[in-house]
Design a protein around this ligand. Sequence first.
Ligand code: LMR
Length: 330
Amino acid sequence: MFKHTLKALVCAFPLFAGFASAADPISIKFAHVVAEHTPKGQGALLFKKLAEERLPGQVKVEVYPNSSLFGDGKEMEALLLGDVQLLAPSLAKFEHYSKPIQIFDLPFLFNDINALDRFQQSPQGQALLKSMEGKGLTGLGYWHNGMKQLSANKALYEPKDARGLKFRVQASAVLDEQFKALRAAPRKMSFAEVYQGLQTGVVNGTENTWSNYESQNVYEVQKFFTESDHGAIDYMVITNTKFWNGLPADVRSTLDAVMAEVTVEVNKQAEVLNAASRQRIVDAGTSEIIILTPEQREMWRESMRPVWKKFEGDIGVDLIQAAEQANQSS
Ligand code: LMR
């Protein structure tokens, strides 16, 4: 009789079929779009290792790299639906959830990753981690990748060299405007499509970090990289607010501690991994790396800086000033 009732329940409410018994570990899926030997890829694996070591039998973490579970465009929705529990999208991908987070895309805002880090650790930077809770997303920490460089099938020394070229951009209005300011044509495209887009000429160039260029083999399809350091690709590790708050308190505090430890480690290693990737691109010998003179770099800054004005209303002038302050001990 009981068996029949249960069967009827499972048929009527398929969700019952997914209920875990008390002994089952809590399942945490961590999806991301990059390769495993990048800063984010390594961070996700370290989180799995430490979480499973510290909470044996209590949590099971599955890591899905390379857009293998969800790619750009679908992943936040999946997080809100509970189909995945952890993501670390680049800070360029939050504009539908928080306008102030657009600050991280403003070109030539941070002198280097240390300045970016100082802003992230400031009260204003920490407040942004909590700024999307009303929408169901909680930020657990910032992970670094690195400074962005330009790439193209033509040598880019000065802004005018980019004119008329099609550049792949992440889904970010700021980055769209950044390339429009160069009189180039931005094309929003998911990360998984970048290599093919460049190979087939759908786009002629892009911007990214050395680790993303190297791990996606972009040096096979781009003749030139310009070391511009004009912005950064960094991440916010996010979870579903309800899921995280619903974890047993001891599990949640252990996972918070693991996340804090992993964050320190990722942020220590990011520069080393990017430098190694840059060297692999040099060793491949298929493309040229252009080093800008200070005067040339100033020209890029002057061309891109007007973008700030367009977004200061959405981002907030005070927040931009706080971010600029973070450059002071660079
Ligand atoms: C990109 O789309 O270029 C990056 O956000 C990918 C990543 O996660 O580093």
